[in-house]
Design a protein around this ligand. Structure first.
Ligand code: SF4
Length: 151
């Protein structure tokens, strides 16, 4: 299972398949990471520096953190894509086609002036999370998306 958690400044990705519950994150920021709470990650309870440092202590690679840069990334299932917005301006998208219960990502693109902010990764992650919610398999002929999925 993959989940995305956000606050105003940070985006955190969690991959439960890699998480072996060493609980280093819990020790590093007990207010943020609490395995007895649902959702178990709450990014509004501690300052961002503490959250980031706790994530760096994760030994498994189950947690990843990026800055949000005020970019919203949303799933748009009706149009088979995830989309990134800077306010009202669309700055990136990740598109998939659907066949026999499989979503295949064939295109990922971010405007050149928005590159280097982790937006493409967030677009793919949004579809990973969404495909799990819809119980479909996710594949990618887009080489960038495939790399993110395989990570
Ligand atoms: S430190 Fe990493 S592996 Fe350990 S519980 Fe936290 S997320 Fe899971």
């Amino acid at each position: 299972m993959h989940r995305i958690y956000e606050n105003e400044d940070l985006v955190v990705f969690w991959n439960s398949e890699k998480c072996f519950h060493a609980k280093k994150c819990v020790t590093g920021s007990p207010k943020t990471f609490n395995i007895n709470r649902k959702p178990w990650i709450n990014l509004d309870e501690a300052d961002n520096k503490e959250v980031w440092q706790a994530i760096e202590k994760c030994p498994s690679g189950a947690l990843r953190c990026l800055y949000r840069h005020n970019i919203d990334v949303k799933a748009d299932i009706e149009n088979r894509r995830s989309v990134a917005y800077d306010g009202d301006k669309q700055v990136g998208e990740c598109d998939y086609e659907e066949s026999d219960g499989v979503w295949n990502i064939y295109h990922t693109e971010v405007l050149p002036e928005y590159e280097g902010k982790g937006i493409a990764k967030r677009l793919v992650f949004r579809l990973i999370e969404e495909s799990e919610r819809n119980m479909v398999r996710l594949e990618a002929t887009c080489s960038y998306a495939r790399k993110v999925i395989e990570e």
